[in-house]
Write a protein that binds this ligand. Structure first.
Ligand code: ATR
Length: 282
């Protein structure tokens, strides 16, 4: 049974003070009429083992994991699910039956946002992903698992090649694929996802605006600003746009399913995140 002071969830990382997870999770708990605390805890590789064991002693039910711990937490968990293992990155831990199990919900959160907020059909879609870092890896795998053909474009070609080498077989098993791409493919794409940091707190574009065509569903994982230069350009080109806050909300919704076994409504979580961002910008 939950009491007001029982610990339901926590987020760990560093720096953690900017995390939107407390606002998002508290809204999810409120929507389920759940009492209990959600904590943001500063932790890095040097103290994650201690923090994790304290959280387990307190009976925490769900843990979100952010920078710089997504890989570093892995040795301290009991089970890593298949996709988190392929990605070598965990952003979600559940403690069901006392077993700490790591998952990665970033890619599925992106796909849910593309489908639910963007109206994209991903099975058989031609998708272009900009970037080949941790976010790109989870997004490419999830798109490939939903049957999309994913073209990766990255500044550093070796990282794109490594992404394709390690993740394409899993996508192919699901009827999708992951390949190296080029900018001219955007004219044939139904989906475009920016996972690079280009456009974060700047008006830079991660690609030349004139190559955007009509009728692409464009998601920018960057959500500061909420409407990035890429999303503005995509709107001008007649595309459907989805901001990065929706990806964040959808991956948190998926975390709740793993951690607590219920599927919260995304809307109150989104509203709480927007209120928190607005309060910070006052
Ligand atoms: P995340 O975990 O958010 O994915 P990351 O793993 O550091 O972060 O990856 C950042 C991505 O943004 C990489 O694909 C990076 O390209 P490189 O692999 O060439 O470094 C990309 N990126 C960052 N700054 C960039 C820039 N100015 N121009 C193009 N790509 C950039």
């Amino acid at each position: 049974m939950n009491t007001d002071n029982s610990l339901l969830g926590a987020v760990v990382g560093s720096p953690i003070s900017h995390s939107l997870s407390p606002a998002i999770y508290r809204a999810a708990f409120a929507s389920q009429s759940l009492a209990g605390a959600y904590k943001a805890l500063e932790a890095d590789a040097s103290n994650i083992a201690d923090v994790l064991s304290q959280l387990r002693q307190r009976g925490v039910r769900g843990l979100s994991v952010t920078m710089p711990l997504k890989e570093a937490i892995i040795p301290f968990l009991d089970v890593i699910d298949e996709d988190a293992r392929l990605l070598n990155a965990v952003n979600c831990v559940d403690f069901n039956n006392g077993v700490a199990t790591g998952h990665n919900t970033d890619g599925d959160g992106c796909c849910d946002a593309l489908e639910q907020q963007g109206g994209a059909l991903l099975s058989g879609a031609h998708a272009v992903v900009l970037g080949a870092g941790g976010t790109a890896r989870s997004v490419a795998l999830a798109l490939g698992r939903r049957g999309a053909r994913v073209a990766i474009i990255n500044r550093t070609i070796e990282k794109a090649e490594e992404l394709v080498r390690t993740l394409a077989p899993a996508a192919q098993e699901a009827g999708g694929d992951i390949v190296i791409g080029s900018l001219d493919e955007i004219s044939r794409a139904g989906v475009l996802v920016n996972t690079t940091s280009v456009g974060m707190n700047s008006d830079e574009l991660p690609l030349p605006a004139n190559i955007l065509r009509r009728n692409i569903v464009v998601l920018d994982a960057v959500y500061s600003p909420m409407e990035t230069a890429l999303l503005k350009a995509a709107k001008r080109a007649g595309d459907q746009t989805v901001d990065g806050l929706w990806m964040l909300i959808q991956q948190a919704r998926r975390q709740c399913v793993h951690q607590f076994g219920w599927n919260p409504d995304a809307e109150p979580m989104r509203e709480a995140a927007e209120r928190e961002l607005a309060a910070r910008h006052k």
